[in-house]
Write a protein that binds this ligand. Structure first.
Ligand code: SIN
Length: 277
């Protein structure tokens, strides 16, 4: 049965949006959130991967001051600032051909220290469409067989940025299974498929079937939440434990959202306990 997790003092409620991923937080104004509320929201992001707060109509300055309460901001080298606030980035409709987010991806995975949380606020939305899909990478990891999980132990994938020109060309290696430091949870860690070069130590031909399987496994509907944007929405997600996909089905209509990213740690895979399956 659906359970509303009530917070007596502030009226904050958390309601799951699917059986695996996503929660809606109601009874809060992000602009006026007290310390306890910010911590409830942080815990909800860690627990549910994606948190939706509707009817916020948050201005960039307020988004920035709220975001900084979740952690220090970060930007992605090679992506030019396009707003007066260097901490924020405006996501806008550049046309389907240039819709780099219209594939499963993890923001900033080609960096040594990718972002932890992302905060995205709706400003202008198309009449219909422009949804953002998320998948739960903890669920993806846990739903692998123990034998397959053991196969992934210690394996690392190489990720190469494709679109930043020679000066910003970069390649990094990250564990295929990373540990979320706040919870100790293990999650599958994948980024945009075209950027995954291989699994370290394997040939491309050996890596490909494993990676293809992992992408197909991670993007099954039973670990997915599809966000249908409404005016005033703010969406926050744990970029370490969820991949996302921005559907470009709205032609030339404007779609403007403002994103802030919170600094993350260098991905690591914690040692395994002997009894761990
Ligand atoms: C992103 O990939 O961060 C953007 C998601 C979106 O445009 O919905």
């Amino acid at each position: 049965m659906a359970r509303a997790d009530e917070h007596v003092q502030t009226g904050l409620e958390i309601r799951k949006l699917t059986g695996t991923i996503g929660a809606e937080v109601t009874g809060v104004s992000l602009c006026d959130a007290d310390g306890a509320t910010v911590e409830r929201i942080r815990s909800a992001i860690l627990a549910h991967r994606v948190v939706v707060v509707r009817n916020q109509f948050i201005e960039p300055e307020r988004q920035l001051s709220f975001g900084l309460r979740l952690g220090p901001f970060m930007t992605i080298p090679g992506i030019e600032a396009n707003l007066p606030w260097r901490e924020l980035f405006k996501i806008t409709n550049l046309g389907k051909e240039k819709a780099a987010a219209e594939m499963w991806h993890t923001d900033g995975i080609t960096l040594e220290q990718p972002p932890s949380f992302s905060i995205l606020a709706a400003h202008t939305l198309p009449e219909a469409g422009g949804d953002t899909l998320f998948v739960d990478m903890g669920h993806a990891y846990r739903s692998l067989s123990p034998a397959y999980r053991r196969l992934l132990r210690g394996q690392r994938a190489r990720h190469r940025a494709q679109r930043f020109g020679a000066g910003n060309a970069r390649e990094v290696s990250h564990p295929l299974v990373r540990t979320i430091p706040e919870t100790g949870e293990r999650v599958l860690y994948l980024g945009a498929a075209p950027n995954v070069v291989d699994i370290e130590g394997m040939t491309a031909a050996e890596s490909r079937p494993l990676l293809d399987f992992l992408f197909a496994h991670a993007t099954r509907p039973d670990g997915m939440y599809r966000h249908r944007w409404q005016p005033g929405d703010v969406l926050m997600w744990d970029n370490r434990a969820a991949m996302h996909y921005a559907v470009h089905d709205y032609g030339d209509e404007p779609r403007d959202l403002v994103r802030m990213m919170i600094e993350g740690e260098r991905p690591f895979e914690a040692p395994y306990a002997q009894e761990e399956a």
